[in-house]
Design a protein around this ligand. Structure first.
Ligand code: AHR
Length: 510
Protein backbone atom coordinates (compact mmCIF):
# COMPACT_ATOMS: atom_id res chain seq x y z
CA UNK A 1 0.00 0.00 0.00
CA UNK A 2 2.80 2.37 0.88
CA UNK A 3 4.82 1.80 -2.23
CA UNK A 4 2.43 3.18 -4.89
CA UNK A 5 1.69 6.20 -2.68
CA UNK A 6 5.34 7.19 -2.44
CA UNK A 7 5.73 6.71 -6.19
CA UNK A 8 2.85 9.10 -6.74
CA UNK A 9 4.49 11.59 -4.41
CA UNK A 10 7.79 11.27 -6.27
CA UNK A 11 6.01 11.75 -9.58
CA UNK A 12 4.21 14.85 -8.32
CA UNK A 13 7.41 16.38 -6.97
CA UNK A 14 9.22 15.66 -10.21
CA UNK A 15 6.36 17.08 -12.23
CA UNK A 16 6.28 20.17 -10.07
CA UNK A 17 9.98 20.85 -10.48
CA UNK A 18 10.20 20.06 -14.17
CA UNK A 19 6.86 21.28 -15.49
CA UNK A 20 6.22 24.28 -13.31
CA UNK A 21 8.79 26.98 -12.93
CA UNK A 22 9.54 28.15 -9.41
CA UNK A 23 9.82 31.81 -10.43
CA UNK A 24 7.45 33.92 -12.48
CA UNK A 25 8.21 37.23 -14.14
CA UNK A 26 5.64 39.47 -15.81
CA UNK A 27 6.97 42.27 -17.96
CA UNK A 28 4.81 45.25 -18.78
CA UNK A 29 6.28 46.54 -22.03
CA UNK A 30 3.30 48.87 -22.52
CA UNK A 31 4.45 50.79 -19.41
CA UNK A 32 8.08 51.25 -20.48
CA UNK A 33 8.58 55.01 -20.09
CA UNK A 34 11.52 55.83 -17.83
CA UNK A 35 14.87 56.02 -19.57
CA UNK A 36 17.74 54.13 -17.90
CA UNK A 37 20.54 56.68 -17.96
CA UNK A 38 23.64 55.25 -19.62
CA UNK A 39 25.58 56.82 -16.74
CA UNK A 40 24.32 54.13 -14.35
CA UNK A 41 27.07 52.10 -16.04
CA UNK A 42 29.72 54.60 -14.90
CA UNK A 43 33.14 54.07 -13.32
CA UNK A 44 35.50 55.74 -10.88
CA UNK A 45 39.29 56.20 -11.08
CA UNK A 46 41.10 57.69 -8.10
CA UNK A 47 44.76 58.41 -7.47
CA UNK A 48 44.88 55.33 -5.29
CA UNK A 49 47.32 52.43 -5.48
CA UNK A 50 47.78 51.26 -9.07
CA UNK A 51 44.54 52.60 -10.51
CA UNK A 52 45.92 55.62 -12.37
CA UNK A 53 49.66 54.90 -12.36
CA UNK A 54 50.34 51.48 -13.84
CA UNK A 55 46.65 50.73 -14.42
CA UNK A 56 45.67 53.55 -16.77
CA UNK A 57 48.79 55.63 -17.26
CA UNK A 58 52.29 54.26 -17.77
CA UNK A 59 53.92 57.29 -19.42
CA UNK A 60 55.02 57.75 -23.01
CA UNK A 61 58.41 56.12 -22.43
CA UNK A 62 56.97 52.87 -21.10
CA UNK A 63 57.64 49.60 -22.93
CA UNK A 64 53.98 48.77 -22.42
CA UNK A 65 52.05 49.60 -25.59
CA UNK A 66 50.52 53.06 -25.03
CA UNK A 67 48.98 56.10 -26.65
CA UNK A 68 50.40 59.31 -25.19
CA UNK A 69 51.16 57.33 -22.03
CA UNK A 70 47.75 55.60 -21.65
CA UNK A 71 47.72 51.78 -21.82
CA UNK A 72 46.37 50.60 -25.19
CA UNK A 73 44.99 47.35 -23.75
CA UNK A 74 42.98 49.25 -21.13
CA UNK A 75 41.72 51.79 -23.69
CA UNK A 76 40.42 48.97 -25.95
CA UNK A 77 38.80 47.08 -23.07
CA UNK A 78 36.95 50.18 -21.81
CA UNK A 79 35.74 51.13 -25.29
CA UNK A 80 34.62 47.59 -25.98
CA UNK A 81 32.52 47.67 -22.81
CA UNK A 82 30.96 51.06 -23.69
CA UNK A 83 32.09 52.98 -20.63
CA UNK A 84 29.79 56.04 -20.48
CA UNK A 85 31.31 58.19 -17.72
CA UNK A 86 34.44 58.26 -15.55
CA UNK A 87 34.77 59.99 -12.17
CA UNK A 88 38.16 61.45 -11.09
CA UNK A 89 40.42 62.36 -9.15
CA UNK A 90 38.82 61.03 -5.92
CA UNK A 91 37.52 59.83 -3.54
CA UNK A 92 39.37 60.92 -0.45
CA UNK A 93 42.29 61.96 -2.67
CA UNK A 94 40.03 64.57 -4.29
CA UNK A 95 39.80 66.70 -1.16
CA UNK A 96 43.61 66.83 -0.92
CA UNK A 97 44.15 67.58 -4.61
CA UNK A 98 45.23 70.98 -5.89
CA UNK A 99 44.61 70.96 -9.61
CA UNK A 100 47.17 73.61 -10.53
CA UNK A 101 49.90 71.18 -9.42
CA UNK A 102 48.80 68.87 -12.25
CA UNK A 103 49.04 71.18 -15.28
CA UNK A 104 51.91 72.58 -17.35
CA UNK A 105 55.20 70.87 -18.25
CA UNK A 106 55.43 67.60 -16.32
CA UNK A 107 59.00 68.11 -15.16
CA UNK A 108 57.94 71.35 -13.47
CA UNK A 109 54.92 69.94 -11.63
CA UNK A 110 55.38 69.81 -7.86
CA UNK A 111 54.83 66.52 -6.09
CA UNK A 112 52.72 65.82 -3.01
CA UNK A 113 52.16 63.04 -0.51
CA UNK A 114 49.03 60.95 -0.99
CA UNK A 115 48.06 61.00 2.69
CA UNK A 116 45.05 58.70 2.43
CA UNK A 117 46.50 55.98 0.25
CA UNK A 118 49.78 54.53 1.41
CA UNK A 119 51.59 57.83 1.97
CA UNK A 120 53.21 57.49 -1.45
CA UNK A 121 54.58 60.40 -3.47
CA UNK A 122 52.24 61.68 -6.15
CA UNK A 123 54.24 63.35 -8.92
CA UNK A 124 51.19 64.91 -10.59
CA UNK A 125 52.18 63.59 -14.01
CA UNK A 126 48.53 62.64 -14.57
CA UNK A 127 46.50 65.84 -14.23
CA UNK A 128 43.56 67.63 -15.84
CA UNK A 129 44.82 67.48 -19.45
CA UNK A 130 45.74 63.81 -19.12
CA UNK A 131 42.39 62.88 -17.57
CA UNK A 132 40.39 64.67 -20.25
CA UNK A 133 42.59 63.26 -23.01
CA UNK A 134 42.00 59.75 -21.60
CA UNK A 135 38.22 60.33 -21.53
CA UNK A 136 38.39 61.36 -25.20
CA UNK A 137 40.30 58.19 -26.04
CA UNK A 138 37.84 55.87 -24.30
CA UNK A 139 34.83 57.95 -25.42
CA UNK A 140 33.54 58.48 -21.89
CA UNK A 141 32.12 61.63 -20.37
CA UNK A 142 34.34 63.10 -17.65
CA UNK A 143 33.07 63.69 -14.12
CA UNK A 144 35.43 65.85 -12.04
CA UNK A 145 35.30 66.06 -8.25
CA UNK A 146 36.25 69.44 -6.79
CA UNK A 147 38.19 69.87 -3.55
CA UNK A 148 36.06 71.29 -0.73
CA UNK A 149 37.89 69.75 2.26
CA UNK A 150 41.27 71.43 1.83
CA UNK A 151 40.57 73.68 -1.15
CA UNK A 152 39.13 77.16 -1.61
CA UNK A 153 36.13 78.49 -3.49
CA UNK A 154 38.52 80.42 -5.73
CA UNK A 155 40.52 77.29 -6.56
CA UNK A 156 37.34 75.37 -7.44
CA UNK A 157 35.84 78.16 -9.50
CA UNK A 158 39.10 78.64 -11.41
CA UNK A 159 39.25 74.93 -12.22
CA UNK A 160 35.75 75.04 -13.69
CA UNK A 161 36.70 78.17 -15.66
CA UNK A 162 39.99 76.62 -16.88
CA UNK A 163 38.15 73.58 -18.20
CA UNK A 164 34.85 74.95 -19.49
CA UNK A 165 35.22 78.61 -20.42
CA UNK A 166 35.46 79.92 -23.97
CA UNK A 167 36.01 83.52 -22.82
CA UNK A 168 39.23 85.44 -22.61
CA UNK A 169 40.42 85.24 -19.00
CA UNK A 170 43.55 84.47 -16.98
CA UNK A 171 42.44 80.83 -16.62
CA UNK A 172 41.67 80.32 -20.29
CA UNK A 173 44.99 82.00 -21.20
CA UNK A 174 46.73 79.54 -18.90
CA UNK A 175 44.91 76.63 -20.56
CA UNK A 176 45.95 77.85 -24.00
CA UNK A 177 49.55 78.23 -22.80
CA UNK A 178 49.36 74.57 -21.77
CA UNK A 179 48.37 73.56 -25.28
CA UNK A 180 44.58 73.46 -25.23
CA UNK A 181 42.76 76.26 -27.11
CA UNK A 182 39.18 75.02 -26.97
CA UNK A 183 37.32 74.44 -23.71
CA UNK A 184 36.37 70.87 -22.89
CA UNK A 185 32.77 69.85 -22.60
CA UNK A 186 32.63 68.70 -18.98
CA UNK A 187 29.10 68.47 -17.66
CA UNK A 188 29.46 66.63 -14.34
CA UNK A 189 31.14 68.26 -11.33
CA UNK A 190 31.13 66.91 -7.78
CA UNK A 191 31.49 69.43 -4.98
CA UNK A 192 33.50 67.61 -2.32
CA UNK A 193 33.69 63.93 -1.43
CA UNK A 194 32.61 62.20 1.77
CA UNK A 195 32.65 65.50 3.64
CA UNK A 196 31.16 63.64 6.62
CA UNK A 197 34.49 61.74 6.77
CA UNK A 198 37.79 62.01 4.89
CA UNK A 199 36.55 65.20 3.16
CA UNK A 200 36.70 67.32 6.33
CA UNK A 201 34.62 65.55 9.01
CA UNK A 202 31.84 68.13 8.66
CA UNK A 203 28.28 68.22 9.91
CA UNK A 204 25.58 68.14 7.20
CA UNK A 205 24.57 71.70 8.11
CA UNK A 206 28.09 73.06 7.69
CA UNK A 207 28.71 71.11 4.49
CA UNK A 208 25.43 72.23 2.92
CA UNK A 209 26.28 75.89 3.53
CA UNK A 210 29.72 75.33 2.02
CA UNK A 211 28.12 73.51 -0.91
CA UNK A 212 25.87 76.47 -1.67
CA UNK A 213 28.85 78.78 -1.48
CA UNK A 214 31.08 76.69 -3.77
CA UNK A 215 28.23 76.03 -6.19
CA UNK A 216 27.42 79.76 -6.45
CA UNK A 217 30.87 80.45 -7.89
CA UNK A 218 31.13 77.46 -10.23
CA UNK A 219 28.66 78.72 -12.82
CA UNK A 220 30.33 76.95 -15.75
CA UNK A 221 29.52 73.59 -14.19
CA UNK A 222 26.24 72.42 -15.74
CA UNK A 223 25.49 69.44 -13.52
CA UNK A 224 26.65 69.92 -9.93
CA UNK A 225 26.60 67.02 -7.49
CA UNK A 226 26.44 67.57 -3.74
CA UNK A 227 28.33 65.19 -1.46
CA UNK A 228 25.60 62.97 -0.09
CA UNK A 229 25.29 60.46 2.70
CA UNK A 230 27.30 57.50 3.84
CA UNK A 231 25.09 54.41 3.49
CA UNK A 232 22.01 54.89 5.72
CA UNK A 233 22.73 58.37 7.10
CA UNK A 234 19.24 59.59 6.27
CA UNK A 235 19.69 62.74 8.32
CA UNK A 236 22.57 63.79 6.06
CA UNK A 237 20.32 63.42 3.01
CA UNK A 238 17.49 65.32 4.71
CA UNK A 239 19.69 68.29 5.65
CA UNK A 240 21.51 68.47 2.32
CA UNK A 241 18.26 68.36 0.36
CA UNK A 242 16.53 70.85 2.60
CA UNK A 243 19.40 73.38 2.53
CA UNK A 244 20.53 73.06 -1.07
CA UNK A 245 17.03 73.01 -2.52
CA UNK A 246 16.48 76.54 -1.23
CA UNK A 247 18.42 77.44 -4.38
CA UNK A 248 17.38 74.71 -6.80
CA UNK A 249 19.57 75.96 -9.64
CA UNK A 250 22.65 75.21 -7.52
CA UNK A 251 22.08 71.45 -7.32
CA UNK A 252 21.44 68.81 -9.97
CA UNK A 253 22.54 65.68 -8.12
CA UNK A 254 23.28 64.29 -4.65
CA UNK A 255 25.69 61.41 -4.20
CA UNK A 256 25.37 58.22 -2.14
CA UNK A 257 28.26 55.94 -1.14
CA UNK A 258 27.69 52.37 -0.04
CA UNK A 259 30.15 49.49 -0.19
CA UNK A 260 29.53 45.77 0.36
CA UNK A 261 31.61 43.90 2.95
CA UNK A 262 31.45 40.20 3.85
CA UNK A 263 29.94 41.03 7.23
CA UNK A 264 30.93 44.61 8.14
CA UNK A 265 33.73 47.20 7.77
CA UNK A 266 35.54 45.45 10.63
CA UNK A 267 35.26 42.09 8.88
CA UNK A 268 35.66 42.72 5.18
CA UNK A 269 36.45 39.10 4.37
CA UNK A 270 38.54 37.57 1.65
CA UNK A 271 38.02 38.23 -2.05
CA UNK A 272 38.66 34.67 -3.27
CA UNK A 273 38.99 32.40 -0.26
CA UNK A 274 35.41 31.99 0.92
CA UNK A 275 32.67 29.39 1.32
CA UNK A 276 28.90 29.38 0.97
CA UNK A 277 28.40 31.24 4.26
CA UNK A 278 30.39 34.20 2.94
CA UNK A 279 28.70 33.90 -0.46
CA UNK A 280 25.21 34.41 0.95
CA UNK A 281 26.42 37.02 3.43
CA UNK A 282 27.86 39.21 0.65
CA UNK A 283 24.75 38.82 -1.53
CA UNK A 284 22.44 39.59 1.36
CA UNK A 285 24.50 42.69 2.27
CA UNK A 286 24.56 43.97 -1.29
CA UNK A 287 20.76 43.65 -1.57
CA UNK A 288 20.53 46.38 1.10
CA UNK A 289 21.22 48.83 -1.75
CA UNK A 290 17.51 48.50 -2.65
CA UNK A 291 16.43 49.84 0.75
CA UNK A 292 19.01 52.62 0.63
CA UNK A 293 17.90 53.78 -2.79
CA UNK A 294 14.22 53.65 -1.81
CA UNK A 295 14.60 55.47 1.51
CA UNK A 296 16.96 58.15 0.20
CA UNK A 297 14.63 58.65 -2.78
CA UNK A 298 11.68 59.13 -0.44
CA UNK A 299 13.54 61.94 1.32
CA UNK A 300 14.50 63.48 -2.01
CA UNK A 301 10.87 63.26 -3.17
CA UNK A 302 9.88 65.53 -0.28
CA UNK A 303 12.04 68.39 -1.59
CA UNK A 304 12.04 67.46 -5.27
CA UNK A 305 8.76 65.72 -6.17
CA UNK A 306 9.44 66.24 -9.88
CA UNK A 307 12.58 64.08 -9.54
CA UNK A 308 14.79 66.69 -11.18
CA UNK A 309 17.74 66.03 -8.86
CA UNK A 310 19.57 62.78 -9.56
CA UNK A 311 20.64 60.26 -6.94
CA UNK A 312 24.26 59.64 -7.95
CA UNK A 313 25.61 56.42 -6.44
CA UNK A 314 29.17 57.43 -7.24
CA UNK A 315 30.91 54.83 -5.07
CA UNK A 316 29.66 51.26 -4.72
CA UNK A 317 30.98 47.71 -4.94
CA UNK A 318 32.68 44.99 -2.92
CA UNK A 319 35.39 45.96 -0.45
CA UNK A 320 37.39 42.95 0.79
CA UNK A 321 40.74 42.57 2.54
CA UNK A 322 43.68 43.39 0.28
CA UNK A 323 45.47 40.52 -1.44
CA UNK A 324 48.28 39.14 0.70
CA UNK A 325 51.65 40.70 0.04
CA UNK A 326 50.20 43.90 -1.44
CA UNK A 327 50.35 47.42 0.06
CA UNK A 328 47.37 47.72 2.49
CA UNK A 329 46.92 51.33 1.36
CA UNK A 330 46.46 50.27 -2.28
CA UNK A 331 43.19 48.32 -1.84
CA UNK A 332 44.07 45.68 -4.43
CA UNK A 333 41.69 42.69 -4.46
CA UNK A 334 40.85 39.85 -6.84
CA UNK A 335 37.39 39.45 -8.33
CA UNK A 336 35.35 36.23 -8.55
CA UNK A 337 32.02 34.99 -9.83
CA UNK A 338 30.58 36.34 -6.54
CA UNK A 339 31.58 39.85 -7.68
CA UNK A 340 29.72 39.22 -10.94
CA UNK A 341 26.54 38.47 -8.98
CA UNK A 342 27.05 41.59 -6.83
CA UNK A 343 27.48 43.72 -9.96
CA UNK A 344 24.41 42.18 -11.62
CA UNK A 345 22.21 42.69 -8.56
CA UNK A 346 23.25 46.32 -8.03
CA UNK A 347 22.86 47.23 -11.70
CA UNK A 348 19.39 45.65 -11.65
CA UNK A 349 18.53 47.77 -8.60
CA UNK A 350 19.77 50.97 -10.27
CA UNK A 351 17.85 50.15 -13.46
CA UNK A 352 14.67 49.49 -11.49
CA UNK A 353 15.01 52.92 -9.83
CA UNK A 354 16.03 54.78 -12.97
CA UNK A 355 13.46 57.48 -12.22
CA UNK A 356 15.80 58.75 -9.46
CA UNK A 357 19.18 57.06 -9.96
CA UNK A 358 20.81 59.03 -12.76
CA UNK A 359 24.39 57.86 -12.39
CA UNK A 360 26.39 55.19 -10.56
CA UNK A 361 30.15 54.64 -10.51
CA UNK A 362 31.58 51.34 -9.35
CA UNK A 363 34.82 51.57 -7.34
CA UNK A 364 37.24 51.37 -9.04
CA UNK A 365 38.17 50.93 -12.70
CA UNK A 366 41.62 49.27 -12.52
CA UNK A 367 43.48 47.48 -9.70
CA UNK A 368 41.41 48.92 -6.81
CA UNK A 369 38.47 47.28 -4.96
CA UNK A 370 35.83 45.74 -7.29
CA UNK A 371 37.77 46.41 -10.48
CA UNK A 372 36.70 45.57 -13.96
CA UNK A 373 40.37 45.37 -15.02
CA UNK A 374 43.52 44.13 -13.27
CA UNK A 375 47.01 44.75 -14.60
CA UNK A 376 50.45 43.36 -13.79
CA UNK A 377 53.20 45.06 -15.77
CA UNK A 378 52.26 44.45 -19.42
CA UNK A 379 49.56 41.86 -18.65
CA UNK A 380 45.86 42.66 -18.31
CA UNK A 381 43.02 40.59 -16.87
CA UNK A 382 39.33 41.28 -17.42
CA UNK A 383 37.40 40.38 -14.29
CA UNK A 384 33.94 38.73 -13.99
CA UNK A 385 32.64 42.22 -13.10
CA UNK A 386 33.91 43.51 -16.46
CA UNK A 387 31.80 40.91 -18.25
CA UNK A 388 28.69 41.93 -16.33
CA UNK A 389 29.14 45.55 -17.44
CA UNK A 390 29.65 44.36 -21.00
CA UNK A 391 26.54 42.18 -20.86
CA UNK A 392 24.39 44.87 -19.20
CA UNK A 393 25.45 47.63 -21.64
CA UNK A 394 22.26 46.79 -23.58
CA UNK A 395 20.35 48.68 -20.87
CA UNK A 396 22.19 51.98 -21.51
CA UNK A 397 19.62 54.63 -22.53
CA UNK A 398 16.96 51.94 -22.95
CA UNK A 399 13.45 52.29 -21.50
CA UNK A 400 12.90 50.47 -18.22
CA UNK A 401 10.21 47.78 -18.42
CA UNK A 402 8.32 47.62 -15.12
CA UNK A 403 8.36 44.04 -13.92
CA UNK A 404 6.62 41.88 -11.39
CA UNK A 405 8.73 39.02 -10.05
CA UNK A 406 7.52 36.16 -7.91
CA UNK A 407 10.42 34.06 -6.75
CA UNK A 408 11.34 31.74 -3.92
CA UNK A 409 14.27 32.12 -1.59
CA UNK A 410 17.74 30.74 -1.20
CA UNK A 411 18.57 30.28 2.47
CA UNK A 412 21.53 29.30 4.60
CA UNK A 413 21.97 29.37 8.37
CA UNK A 414 19.29 31.99 8.99
CA UNK A 415 20.19 34.19 6.02
CA UNK A 416 17.62 34.44 3.26
CA UNK A 417 17.84 36.09 -0.18
CA UNK A 418 15.57 35.93 -3.22
CA UNK A 419 16.43 33.08 -5.58
CA UNK A 420 16.30 35.35 -8.62
CA UNK A 421 16.95 39.06 -9.19
CA UNK A 422 15.87 40.85 -12.34
CA UNK A 423 15.62 44.02 -14.43
CA UNK A 424 14.38 44.54 -17.98
CA UNK A 425 14.42 47.22 -20.65
CA UNK A 426 13.55 47.86 -24.25
CA UNK A 427 15.49 49.68 -26.96
CA UNK A 428 15.29 49.58 -30.77
CA UNK A 429 12.50 46.97 -30.60
CA UNK A 430 14.63 44.57 -28.56
CA UNK A 431 13.57 43.48 -25.07
CA UNK A 432 16.54 42.76 -22.78
CA UNK A 433 16.10 40.94 -19.47
CA UNK A 434 19.02 40.51 -17.07
CA UNK A 435 18.57 37.77 -14.47
CA UNK A 436 20.75 36.67 -11.57
CA UNK A 437 20.38 33.25 -9.96
CA UNK A 438 21.73 33.79 -6.45
CA UNK A 439 21.66 30.11 -5.47
CA UNK A 440 25.10 28.50 -5.83
CA UNK A 441 23.67 24.96 -5.66
CA UNK A 442 20.51 24.89 -7.73
CA UNK A 443 19.31 25.97 -11.15
CA UNK A 444 16.14 28.02 -11.18
CA UNK A 445 13.40 27.78 -13.73
CA UNK A 446 11.62 31.04 -14.51
CA UNK A 447 8.47 31.67 -16.55
CA UNK A 448 8.61 34.99 -18.36
CA UNK A 449 5.33 36.49 -19.49
CA UNK A 450 5.33 39.36 -21.98
CA UNK A 451 1.79 38.90 -23.14
CA UNK A 452 0.72 41.16 -25.97
CA UNK A 453 4.10 41.07 -27.73
CA UNK A 454 5.18 38.99 -30.72
CA UNK A 455 8.83 38.03 -31.07
CA UNK A 456 10.52 36.34 -33.98
CA UNK A 457 13.79 35.46 -32.29
CA UNK A 458 15.40 34.96 -28.90
CA UNK A 459 19.04 34.87 -27.82
CA UNK A 460 21.03 34.81 -24.62
CA UNK A 461 24.36 35.26 -22.88
CA UNK A 462 25.60 33.85 -19.60
CA UNK A 463 28.31 34.42 -17.00
CA UNK A 464 28.86 31.47 -14.69
CA UNK A 465 31.58 29.04 -13.67
CA UNK A 466 32.10 25.71 -11.96
CA UNK A 467 33.02 27.13 -8.56
CA UNK A 468 31.59 30.18 -6.81
CA UNK A 469 35.07 31.57 -6.17
CA UNK A 470 36.46 31.08 -9.67
CA UNK A 471 38.34 34.09 -10.99
CA UNK A 472 40.52 35.17 -13.90
CA UNK A 473 44.23 35.42 -13.27
CA UNK A 474 47.41 36.50 -14.99
CA UNK A 475 49.17 34.01 -17.23
CA UNK A 476 46.32 31.52 -17.56
CA UNK A 477 43.24 30.99 -19.72
CA UNK A 478 40.18 33.00 -18.69
CA UNK A 479 37.91 31.02 -16.36
CA UNK A 480 34.92 33.34 -16.02
CA UNK A 481 33.63 35.19 -19.07
CA UNK A 482 30.69 35.79 -21.33
CA UNK A 483 29.27 32.82 -23.24
CA UNK A 484 26.26 32.45 -25.46
CA UNK A 485 23.19 30.86 -23.88
CA UNK A 486 20.35 29.07 -25.66
CA UNK A 487 16.89 30.53 -25.18
CA UNK A 488 13.73 29.07 -26.68
CA UNK A 489 11.63 31.40 -28.82
CA UNK A 490 8.61 32.73 -26.90
CA UNK A 491 5.18 31.36 -27.77
CA UNK A 492 2.27 33.80 -27.40
CA UNK A 493 4.53 36.13 -25.38
CA UNK A 494 5.58 33.40 -22.94
CA UNK A 495 8.84 31.53 -22.40
CA UNK A 496 10.59 29.51 -19.72
CA UNK A 497 14.28 29.93 -18.99
CA UNK A 498 16.37 27.57 -16.90
CA UNK A 499 18.91 29.70 -15.05
CA UNK A 500 21.96 27.65 -14.06
CA UNK A 501 23.07 27.94 -10.44
CA UNK A 502 25.19 31.05 -9.54
CA UNK A 503 24.75 32.73 -12.88
CA UNK A 504 24.09 36.10 -14.50
CA UNK A 505 22.03 35.73 -17.67
CA UNK A 506 20.89 38.06 -20.44
CA UNK A 507 17.81 37.12 -22.45
CA UNK A 508 17.06 39.19 -25.56
CA UNK A 509 13.85 39.02 -27.56
CA UNK A 510 13.28 40.60 -30.96
O1 AHR B 1 37.12 54.05 -3.09
C1 AHR B 1 37.97 54.12 -1.99
C2 AHR B 1 37.57 55.20 -1.00
O2 AHR B 1 36.35 54.87 -0.44
C3 AHR B 1 37.35 56.58 -1.57
O3 AHR B 1 38.51 57.30 -1.69
C4 AHR B 1 36.46 57.21 -0.55
O4 AHR B 1 35.62 58.19 -1.09
C5 AHR B 1 35.69 56.03 0.04
O5 AHR B 1 35.71 56.02 1.40
Amino acid sequence: MNKPKSLVTIFLVLAATTLFAQSKLSLHTDQAKTEISKDIYGHFAEHLGRCIYGGIYVGENSEISNTRGFRDDVISALKEMDIPVLRWPGGCFGDTYHWKDGIGPREERPSMVNIHWGGVTEDNSFGTHEFLDFCDLIKAEPYINLNVGSGTVQEASEWVEYVTSGNISPMTDLRKKNGRDEPWNVKFWGIGNENWGCGGNMTPEYYSDLYNRFSSYCGGAKYKIAGGPNVDDYNWMEVVMQKTMRHPHLVQGVSLHSYTFTTAWEDKGHATDFGEKEWISVLSNTLKMETLVKRHSTIMDKYDPAKRVGLIVDEWGNWFNVEEGTNPGFLYQQNTLRDALVAGINLNIFNNHADRVKMANIAQTVNVLQSIILTKEDEMVLTPTYYVFKMYSVHQNAKLIPSNLKTGTYELEGKKVPAVHVSASTKDNVVSVTLCNLNPNKSESIDIDITGEEFSSASGQIITSEKMNDFNDFGRKETVNLKSFDVAKPKDGKLTVELPSKSVVLVQLK
